[in-house]
Design a protein around this ligand. Structure first.
Ligand SMILES: [Zn+2]
Length: 385
């Protein structure tokens, strides 16, 4: 079954982690042996061959670059918006190169989406196999060699991506937002962690600044989807009032299951359902189970398995009263690897196990399809109609 992953930081991994995502996961891990500059070295779970193997044919892929704030800088930030903008230009250049070589395809309108869905529907998909048997992939004309690397002689089935910006610090002026939209930017999350130029994100408080309100207005005019993920509670509720365009939450779990402001309360989920939003369930361990301590807790010690994500998906469905607002936004390459993912997940290809898990919980074939990709696809068609 086609899987839509609503949140991956592919270009960040390619350029900041120096990962060649066209190579096999084994080779990428191998190359990082002994490296300690990032917490997830040697344990990554995402690359293009693994996405194809798991049937993850469509994703929302980010540009991400924030600026530093004196009072709060738990994550790296650039010294200026101009530098952050330049960083996102580099990330776009990587996506473009993937397009030029036929590995990815940018999806920016309904026609493109239809074409891409047809391409994948007509390609013979491999059945989801065991996690590490990466040698025999039968997708389209392009296969992988014995090491799971791409066969460069053959045309590969491109992975469709919708361009998203995670945290809007890099948008220097509204003219830059216009330019980004022309280049295919279709969704923006105004904030990331802490205070941002336009909005306040995770662990911060306070509503939109005047600049942020102008920003939302311009997004709406351009028809850009508002990603409410990472907005602090104050900004979240304000955004719902200020913004009347399409809203989704690309990678977001339930606060009732894991108490922390990074997750949404049931009230927030209810409000999003009312706005027709789709909420992507994230596979970052600390957002899946309560009490996770980064660098200390292990998936094994927490008993964390993939099945846990079904609880977050199910809660959204129970609040909505149907399965039309839940999806997957794995975030599997968001600066963590196997040290912080479910113990039984080896690579992103294992997302292919989620449909069967939903079925086992009593979800119908139709509902499972909605969660796997149908809801986000429907959302995009409506947003782009
Ligand atoms: Zn994020």
């Amino acid at each position: 079954m086609l899987i839509f992953d609503a949140h991956l930081d592919l270009a960040m991994n390619a350029l900041e982690w120096n990962r060649d995502l066209t190579r096999s996961i084994d080779e990428i891990r191998q190359r990082e042996k002994g490296m300690t500059d990032k917490p997830d070295r040697g344990r990554s779970t995402v690359c293009l061959p693994e996405m194809r193997r798991g049937g993850i044919g469509l994703c929302v892929a980010t540009q991400i670059a924030r600026i530093e704030h004196n009072a709060y800088s738990p994550v790296f930030g650039w010294r200026s918006q101009e530098q952050a903008w330049a960083q996102t230009r580099g990330q776009l250049a990587w996506y473009r190169t993937m397009e030029e070589t036929g590995r990815m395809a940018q999806i920016k309108d309904s026609d493109g989406l239809e074409r891409h869905l047809r391409l994948w529907a007509e390609a013979p998909l491999s059945s989801p196999s065991s996690p590490s048997s990466s040698s025999s992939i039968q997708i389209g004309a392009g296969n992988n060699d014995q090491n799971g690397n791409e066969d460069h002689r053959e045309q590969k089935l491109p992975i469709g991506y919708i361009l998203n910006l995670e945290g809007a610090d890099s948008i220097v002026t509204l003219k830059h937002l216009e330019r980004a939209h022309e280049q295919g930017l279709r969704a923006v999350g105004p904030a990331h962690y802490g205070p941002g130029v336009y909005a306040n994100g995770t662990d911060a408080t306070g509503g939109f600044k005047a600049k942020g309100r102008e920003f939302l207005k311009e997004m709406q005019q351009l028809g850009i989807i508002l990603d409410v993920t990472h907005l602090c509670d104050d900004c979240f509720w304000e955004a719902l009032d200020l913004f009347s365009g399409p809203i989704w939450a690309s990678h977001q779990n339930c606060r009732a299951l894991v108490p922390h402001n990074r997750q949404f309360s049931d009230e927030q989920i209810k409000a999003l359902v009312g706005r027709g939003a789709v909420i992507g369930a994230a596979l970052d361990a600390w957002m899946m189970v309560p009490g996770w301590v980064r660098g200390k807790t292990t998936p094994q010690s927490a008993g964390l398995i993939l099945e846990k994500i079904i609880e977050h998906i199910d809660r959204v469905c129970q609040i909505a009263g149907n399965a039309r607002h839940s999806g997957i936004g794995s975030d599997l390459d968001g600066a963590f690897g196997r040290e912080q993912t479910p113990a039984d997940l080896d690579t992103i290809a294992d997302l292919a196990c989620i449909p069967a898990m939903l079925k086992a919980r009593g979800y119908s074939e139709e509902e499972v399809t909605l969660v796997a990709h149908g809801n986000f696809v429907r959302f995009l068609k409506e947003a782009w109609s």
